[in-house]
Ligand binder design. Structure first.
Ligand SMILES: Nc1ncnc2c1ncn2[C@@H]1O[C@H](COP(=O)(O)OP(=O)(O)OP(=O)(O)O)[C@@H](O)[C@H]1O
Ligand SMILES: [Mg+2]
Length: 391
């Protein structure tokens, strides 16, 4: 597992790194089912920490335990040294939680919602009025803050939901998928608010998402969780360097199926596929791979009509980490795109990444990340629209 617990260098703005969140073998079981199957990690004060994973991975369950909403079945967790079970009251004072589902009264305006929740938190008078103005200034709803939330766009509702979590100036802010269903402009706005809170107020942020590119852009460090287990933990850059692979796409005029095996044998190529006139060459080091690939194509007098390099990113880190962890998923070998019976060809124009899923469940989970999946003969069938998804 790509886990690096040395986070001392990853706090923002040079603040001293101190673990403000610590979890030890945290487990949550529903009956025999482990929604969270024993996770351990530390988050330094001042970090923006991303908890990444597909639907059902255990993100909400993990942060619900940290936020004192769910008692762990086993293991322990502390926030600023306070135990989330024994010292739940103290922990609640230190944290803010922005839940995955919008938790606002639709008939009230954002301002009135803030007043209501502020009173619930025990705030009142001038202090509450000041906190409401501060929270509204962060989310910048302008005059919309005074009309009922039911009339807001999805992005505005998300911003109002965020404001509630800020009211009592938490030291640790949990944000559970705060950008689901928002347009790019609102997403940018939410990102900027989070970055400002982290930079100017020193708020530690724990951010769950299944959007890999969000975590890459926002987080100092990420934990990748799947099936209730942490499968990778490090800075996005280190994970990408360690596990990420880039893809070189070469569009050819001629048939390139005969190139798959010779190119796959080149160093540092990991695998090659040929689909719809495009060779997809997966490699850890696109720069180093390019010269021998081009040499080989030139020696065969093959003409490249288009060349594209896709940089390694957290999405293929997830896939690589998963490949190591999940026995039900195998990494396909270099091939020409013609699998056995029951094998599904990738969508046209896909990078041709080959993952063979033994269980439709695994394939579905990967598809959440938008990667093409090839289903092994005999595996339960996926619904057809799933095959259409691509990165
Ligand atoms: N109250 C519950 N009873 C039984 N199973 C549950 C309960 N809550 C969650 N689960 C299961 O635990 C697993 C983890 O769920 P969780 O909500 O933590 O995932 P998640 O990573 O937040 O997913 P999503 O991205 O869809 O929000 C899932 O398989 C879910 O079905
Ligand atoms: Mg969730």
């Amino acid at each position: 597992m790509a886990v690096n617990n040395d986070h001392r260098t990853h706090t923002s703005a040079g603040r001293p790194a101190r673990a403000i969140v610590e979890t030890r073998d945290l487990v949550k079981r529903y009956g025999p089912f482990p929604a969270v199957g024993g996770v351990s990690f530390e988050i330094a004060e001042g970090e923006i920490f991303g908890l990444l994973g597909p639907n059902g991975a255990g993100k909400t369950t993990t942060i619900s335990m940290l936020a004192t909403l769910l008692p762990p079945t086993e293991g322990s967790a502390t926030i600023a040294g306070f135990d989330v079970v024994r010292d739940a009251r103290k922990v609640k004072e230190l944290i803010g939680l922005v839940p995955q589902d919008i938790a606002l009264y639709l008939q009230l305006s954002a301002r009135d919602n803030l007043e209501f929740f502020g009173r619930m938190y025990g705030l009142g008078g001038a202090l509450l009025r000041q906190r409401i103005e501060e929270a509204l200034a962060i989310i910048e709803l302008g005059q919309w803050a005074n009309i009922p939330v039911g009339g807001y766009s999805g992005g505005m509702m998300r911003r109002a939901n965020l404001a509630v979590g800020l009211l009592h100036k938490p030291r640790v802010l949990f944000l559970d998928e705060p950008t689901v269903g928002v347009d790019p402009q609102s997403r940018k706005h939410i990102f900027e608010s989070i970055q400002r809170l982290n930079r100017d107020e020193g708020v530690t942020v724990i951010y769950t998402t299944h959007y890999m590119e969000e975590a890459q852009a926002l987080c100092n460090r990420v934990g990748i969780i799947d099936h209730g287990r942490l499968i990778a933990l490090d800075t996005p850059r280190n994970l990408i360097n360690e596990l990420g692979t880039g893809v070189i796409h070469l569009t050819l005029e001629q048939d390139g199926s005969g190139l798959v095996d010779p190119l796959a044998a080149l160093t540092p190529v990991e695998n090659v596929s040929w689909n719809d006139g495009v060779l997809a060459v997966r490699t850890r080091d696109a720069q180093a791979a390019l010269v021998p690939i081009l040499d080989h194509l030139n020696s065969q007098n093959l003409r490249i009509t288009h060349l594209e390099i896709l940089e390694p990113n957290l999405e293929n880190v997830f896939l690589a980490a998963n490949r190591q962890e999940i026995t039900g998923v195998e990494h396909g070998q270099a091939n020409s795109g013609r699998g056995g019976e029951g094998h599904q060809d990738p969508p046209a124009g896909s990078p041709g990444v080959r993952y063979v899923a033994r269980h439709a469940d695994h394939a579905h989970r990967h598809l959440e990340f938008g990667s093409p999946i090839h289903v092994r003969a005999g595996a339960p069938r996926l619904r057809p629209p799933c095959y259409r998804l691509r990165r």
